[in-house]
Write a protein that binds this ligand. Sequence first.
Ligand SMILES: *Cc1c(COP(=O)(O)O)cnc(C)c1O
Length: 231
Amino acid sequence: MSIKENLEHINAKIAEAAKKSGRKREDILLLAVSKTVEVPRIKEAVDLGLLDLGENKPQEINWKYFEIENVRWHQIGHLQTNKVKYIIDKVCLIHSVESLKLAEEISKRAKAKDITMDILIEINIAGEEAKHGVPLGEAEALAVEISKLDNIKVKGLMTVAPFVENPDENRQYFAQMRKLFVDIRDKNYNNIDMKYLSMGMTNDYEAAIEEGANIVRIGTGLFGARNYTKN
Ligand SMILES: *Cc1c(COP(=O)(O)O)cnc(C)c1O
């Protein structure tokens, strides 16, 4: 299937899932995950209106940024502290903040560029050993610590749910994410603006939206299978 056909299919599914949770298609951001995808194919997606692109590796954002214009880049994969400097002035949102140390580096680098960087706290919702993110129970305290730093703003939560055959198995995790998202939002902390709940990928985005996601990150479903399985 072409990217266009894939997108039409996904848009219909997003609209349906949004409706089930009392929202509209426009309330959900479809983030096109372009990691490992070649520039011409990414441009095809951009021409179809996908202006938010997600990448795992800072190195990849670092060169694609100059090849593809007028889009918004999102850092969605694990970010090492020493790589922050490569992307600080190239991305609009960092989805994968999981430590105060990383947040301090983002704050410092953002300050040097005179910008404020929006970030999400990444949660390891199922406590999987191979996954990044903080435990659910530590996310609020981390968000509060980060909110005290300059030039960085907590805008929500992100998770990568377990890989499962049946996406319904992840609903419990998405619901836990949603609950914490609302809890933190309702406390109205200074300098925390709970706007984005980033969860759901090709295999489970409909369940994620039904449980409250407003950003879904989709790679394979749009561009087809990647050449390698890692990532
Ligand atoms: C690769 C990746 C995705 C997209 O995964 P698909 O299953 O291809 O849709 C989403 N989020 C993160 C953090 C990723 O690394």
